[in-house]
Design a protein around this ligand. Sequence first.
Ligand code: HGY
Ligand code: MN
Ligand code: MN
Ligand code: MN
Length: 464
Amino acid sequence: IHEPQSQDSLLSLSVDSEGLQKQIDELSTLSETPAPSVTRILYSEKDVLARRFIKNLMGLSGLSVREDAVGNIFGRWDGDEPELAPVSTGSHIDAIPYSGKYDGVIGVLGAIEAINVLKRSGFKPKRSLEVIMFTSEEPTRFGISCLGSRLLAGSKELAELLKKTVDSQNISFFDAARFAGYANHLQDLTSVFLEKGSYSAFIELHIEQGPILEEEGWVSSFLMLLILIIAVYLKNYDFSYSHLVNWFAFSLATSIGVVTAIAAPASIKVDFEGSGGHAGAVLMPMRNDAGLAAAELALAVEKFVLESGSIDTVGTVGILELHPGAINSIPSKSHLEIDTRDIDEKRRNVVIEKIHQSALSISENRGVKLSEFKIVNQDPPALSDDLITMAMESACQELNLTFRKMISRAYHDSLFMARISPMGMIFIPCYKGYSHKPEEFAAIEDIANGVRVLALTLAKLSLA
Ligand code: HGY
Ligand code: MN
Ligand code: MN
Ligand code: MN
């Protein structure tokens, strides 16, 4: 991969951290729930305002902006050879209920700032650079994860499914899209599909949503300190105070995660139906309690995941609704939604099969009807492209940032972009690995480091 023309100016150029933090804070106010939580649901009023905020920033960065039929937003910086497949980067800004303000957001705002860093450095792209804000990475409103990137990756079944998809208020996907101003081409969502090879590379900057990078930072700084003390003791080392600061600064140096693979996600919807009845009057042998059926299946999910033989297998029941939801009425219906993932697709599919068998036997033993068992998505994992991870690693080295290879246990739009383009992800540490909750936090220094690595990697790949 060719080195960018003005290497040093790129390296020296700092990120406008203050401006970026302000944008992150301002975007977080466009939320359906009060701070410090963020809730931003697809095509809601706040989502529309947030989209406008992003398009405005893209415009201010001199990007030419376009949107597709479902509201994937593209901001392009034309390179000297615009006929070549561009390099793209991006993420999402939708946020699940009561979550945080960094998930996805730093991959969109950080990508726009990476473009600004390159522009300010005088860099001239050969391949065009394109920032993408994906529509609806979160499954919140329509139960479909990575809706925008799945369509970009050419999912025909999703293009069909969306014609008859409604949300929990019975609002159709098309009506919701029209409310947000996306009224054209809805009848033919294949217009969203991108050809394989549309991009020479796709990179996503994202918080780790796990504790590894942060924990590793502390471990290495502790070891550094120990080595320093021994060095001083053994050689009565005449170290100055600044040595200590440098040592600490280096060892606490934020590490960057170079993602090598993204785990395989799956989600399942299950409904049980029983006869319900009066919680006092109906004797136990006469009951077929749909709520207890759901509870038994939820515990079975945990059991199957734990017995998979690998720490990489995970599962939870994030949604569990009982009907009629009265304390003194035996649940006549229960609805549960199961999320299970693994880096190993076969192992995950074994868990799904066990869950299905368990739902059938619970229905049998408890005399409840299994009225729905629907696998909503059962996606394969994705591997990062070696050329991209190499470019990221050399960017980290040139920027003097520690890094480590790691897998992503969360899914991302990158999982689907990997189907049409070589893919890579850059992780930055987040506080205690918290995510999908208001305590989610990433320090602006870490974000700025991620933006620098992204900018340098984009520059390298643009000249490739
Ligand atoms: O659930 C996920 O893995 C992603 O953060 N939406
Ligand atoms: Mn998320
Ligand atoms: Mn995300
Ligand atoms: Mn009822």
